[in-house]
Design a protein around this ligand. Sequence first.
Ligand code: DSN
Length: 418
Amino acid sequence: MTDYRAALKATDPDVFEALIGEERRQRDGVELIPSENYAFPEVLAALGTVFTNKYSEGYPGRRYYGGTEFVDVIENLARDRAKALFRAEHANVQPLSGSPMNQAVYLGFIEPGATILAMELSHGGHLTHGAPVSHMGKIYKFVRYKTNPQDGSIDFDHLRSVALKEKPKLVVCGYSSYPRDYDYKPFRQIADEVGALAMADVSHIGGLIAGGAMRNPMDAGFDFLTTTTHKSLRGPRGGMIVCKKEHAKTIDQSVFPGLQGGPHMNQVAATAVALKLASEAPFKAYASQVLKNAKALAAALTDQGAYLVTGGTDNHLMVIDVVKSFNINGAEAEKALDHAGVTTNKQVIPDDPNPPLKPSGVRLGTPAATTRGMKEGEMKALARVMVEAMKNHGDARRLEALRQETRVLCSRFPVPGL
Ligand code: DSN
């Protein structure tokens, strides 16, 4: 069997050296960006296979290329596993990533110029939910709902009044920086009241739903669930859509040939593998531990003077208002934390008065650290390192000492696949 790693090292030492650096970074530091994770080693294996060589435009049994008997097997496996895991009637596993996955729903079901109701970006919504800088924001009229300024939860009275006034064709639920639980029933009711379709983009929490730790929007009668496969699900970079049977044909046509050409079959193979692993008992324990770790991290940060947006978390992520907590901006906090070996990302807070590159917050999440086997005790230790780092953000020696502490902690928790 070819030793691909040895071949890469011999052929392209520059790329190989960068790979070694990235492996070291992932091993020696703690990954707390809530959208990142460590893929299952079996997923990495499936990605590096000859499935990458194969074109297979179309769908199983109906392709525009010959030689598709084995890619049909893996796509059928991935589709069946997705349907079973998310209790859905249909699945499309071809979206190349999160952005095309959401675009496929919009372009398939909503006429250009029509209205879509989605969460305001600074309150936790995502770029692909119609931010003015995205092309989708130019094609559709996006209207916004926000969180309640008192407690940071979704303001359903406000959401309903916007829906009744604007008559959207689609209501989008799903967030990349909203730290609270998602109650899907009021969304479905409001969508029904105005005759809209309901879509949940659960990219961040797809794995937590699959693992039974969070609610499934398909159980509340949503039309579409979209999720990336590389976050809490620990699969390859990619996206997928599950939906009601009545939408199956339109979704499939919208993904191919509407939006994409050939699917990346090594990605589809790796998705099939991730979905198998996500259906097994250890993944349920993992999903539940992600939430326990987030609660522990939020409590420890709060105890040490950090102010969390909405006061805490019900899911895998939280946002620290670092201006209010430590009188630094999000960019300064991100840099100090990086120096201390803790990777996070700067984050706007609801109606942030500061610009996106120097916002008021940093966003943290527990999926990746939990994959390494870290538990509540480690979250407490990490909270102390992070608060120290942010309080001493100008002190390079202190930050270096914290980095050593982080490295020692990490050495007890190997990264799967490394
Ligand atoms: N870019 C992802 C995130 O970091 O939340 C969402 O797609």
